[in-house]
Ligand binder design. Structure first.
Ligand SMILES: [Ca+2]
Ligand SMILES: [Ca+2]
Length: 587
């Protein structure tokens, strides 16, 4: 089977980036070139230095001879009245090492003709070194009459050989740069409000495509929203009820909402129409409590409102607080590590742990785990599908005891977390999860070469299962299957939810994920998930077992994970999924 696998090393499809390829509604396109018409491109650009050729639908820069491999949007194409604009293009770097992409803008009339010109008295322009310093940093610079000034500095590494999306927003007051949608800088700086645009390949070959400039400057919602909250979102142990943030662009007033749930409405509006981007809450905050807050930015017209993101923080407590696992949740494994935040001035922690709510509440000897200095506790290997209770009493200086609340969590019946598979014969992931090589569907489990399990894209632990599907060809469905011996009982202790985590890839072909559960009598129940397989974040799929009818869940013999419709197969797409942390839990 192994040699067969090695002959089928599949070509990884290129990553497709899904970004704007045209101007947003309401904007005017100032300049654009898709490089599909070489004669037109020749008119649109003024080459300064370098070997620039529009061919194959892209703009090739083929030289590595000079740092100043620059081309400019031709003077005839540019209007100096375009003072605010957004510039976007795609770039594929083809030279490794110190060969960064650069954007030149607000270039004043005397365009530097050679590299040395940039630091002369006649040079006046901005230059965004997108991935400079041997592909480690983004830095916008101001070159002004012989003086170069760095305006910002952010890590930025760009993979060679794949397309990246570059976006630069230029306004009369500020500059912002984004790579693949991630902000690299957003600064107030405006030495000039006019000037031409160019691109520069520093000592490197690279391809450009879909170059577009449009205006007025694009103001995506995330630039208009409040950002950079203080306390940072997710902060634990907040004591001072002082809230600050960076105002969204153009915000004149701020509405601040604060509450104990994510739903923040008029009843939670604690500060209306503030002119300051800060707020000292004078009401009482409950200790050890998760709070949510949101700032809506209001423009000068007082009616245009940009709702903010919901941020959270946890207040300090004198008792132990903020437990993990959170109170009344399910754990992922049978060997959880319990953690909590120490109460104010706590010197020692008295842990009670057991499967009896009453015993823990009473601090009974049977559940007394003793005093400890650490704020973590590992209870060892727990029983599956069982509820546990725990409590931490804080000892503060002077010996006073602050009794904690009783928390609870429930363990799962683990099905597969993919941690046990090795690269050794007999222990490989595809020897347990049978794929298309044996069941003749379009699936492939695991990689062609060791390590066979996925070790970078994991939900829990150190491994997940890569599951390739190919429904382009017969039999038009793809599934991996695992047999349980002995059969598993998925009904113990009231468990009734099959849970698993999956994610796809951005370029996956069409398809739907399904699970099929087969009992020892061969009866099969199928449930399908509607999520797009192009989602690249982990999705928890909870399958209520009450919905799987006609199958004896006390005698589960096989679990299938597949893509397509196994009952009525039709041709579909191909791609790769990752699967992790399959378990049966309480809801
Ligand atoms: Ca093109
Ligand atoms: Ca795992």
């Amino acid at each position: 089977m192994i040699s067969q696998r090695l002959t089928t090393c599949r070509t990884l499809a290129a990553l497709f980036l899904l970004f704007l390829s045209s101007a947003p509604v309401g904007a005017q396109i100032y300049f654009s070139d898709d490089f599909n018409d070489p004669a037109a491109s020749k008119e649109k650009w003024q080459v300064i230095t370098g070997d620039w050729q529009a061919a194959d639908g892209v703009y090739h820069q083929l030289s590595t001879a000079d740092p100043w491999l620059a081309t400019f949007v031709a003077a005839s194409q540019w209007n100096e009245q375009w003072e605010e604009y957004t510039l976007e293009f795609k770039v594929k770097i083809l030279t490794t090492g110190d060969a960064p992409v650069n954007v030149l803008f607000r270039v004043q009339p005397q365009i530097p003709q050679v590299w040395a010109d940039r630091n002369t008295a006649t040079a006046h322009f901005y230059r965004w070194i997108v991935n400079g310093y041997t592909n480690t940093e983004s830095r916008p610079y101001l070159y002004d009459g012989g003086t170069a000034t760095m305006l910002a500095q952010t890590p930025n590494v760009m993979e060679v050989g794949i397309w990246h999306h570059i976006m630069l927003i230029v306004t009369k007051t500020g500059l912002a740069g984004y790579v693949n949608g991630v902000e690299k800088f957003d600064i107030q700086h405006a030495k000039w409000t006019t000037g031409r645009i160019g691109i520069q390949a520093y000592n490197g070959q690279m391809d450009f495509d879909d170059f577009i400039v449009y205006g007025p400057a694009y103001m995506p919602d995330w630039r208009l929203k409040a950002k950079k909250p203080d306390p940072a979102s997710g902060a634990v142990g907040v004591q001072l009820p002082l809230f600050r943030w960076t105002a969204g662009e153009g915000a004149a007033f701020h509405n601040v909402y604060l509450g104990t749930t994510r739903e923040l409405g008029e009843a939670q509006l604690v500060l209306p129409r503030s002119v300051l981007a800060m707020f000292y809450y004078t009401g009482a905050l409950l200790p050890g409590t998760t709070y949510y807050w949101r700032v809506d930015e209001i423009e000068q017209d007082t009616t245009t409102i940009h709702a903010g993101d919901v941020w959270s923080f946890v207040t300090q407590d004198v008792k132990a607080y903020y437990p993990t696992p959170a109170d009344q949740t399910n754990t992922m494994s049978l060997t959880p590590t319990l953690t909590w935040q120490a109460g104010t001035a706590a010197t020692q922690h008295h842990v009670y742990f057991g499967d009896s709510n009453e015993a823990v509440g009473q601090g009974a000897a049977a559940v007394d785990k003793g005093l400890q200095a650490e704020t973590t506790f590992a209870p060892g290997t727990l029983e599956p599908a069982t509820s546990y209770f725990w409590r931490v009493d804080e000892t503060v200086a002077g010996g006073a005891i602050k009794i904690g609340p009783v928390w609870t969590f429930t363990t799962p019946l683990p099905v597969d977390d993919f941690e046990s598979y090795t690269d050794d014969e007999g222990g490989r992931i595809y020897e347990t999860w049978i794929d298309g090589w044996t069941n003749s569907t379009g699936s492939t489990v695991g990689y062609v070469q060791a390590p066979f399990a996925e070790q970078a894209i994991v939900h829990g632990g150190k491994q997940s299962m890569p599951l390739d599907y190919n429904n382009v060809k017969s039999p038009f469905y793809s599934e991996a299957e695992r047999e349980f011996s002995p059969v598993q009982n998925w009904t113990i202790n009231g468990i009734d939810m099959l849970s698993l985590f999956f994610r796809g890839k951005g370029n996956n072909g069409a398809g739907k994920l399904y699970v099929a559960i087969e009992d020892s009598a061969g009866k099969v129940g199928v449930v399908t998930n509607d999520a797009a397989l192009t989602t690249t974040s982990w999705i928890e799929w909870k399958v209520p077992l009450s919905g799987v009818t006609g199958v004896n869940l006390a005698k589960v013999k096989k679990l299938y994970l597949g893509v397509g419709d196994r009952a009525a197969p039709v041709a579909g797409g191909a791609g790769r999924l990752y699967i992790d942390d399959i378990r049966v839990t309480k809801p």
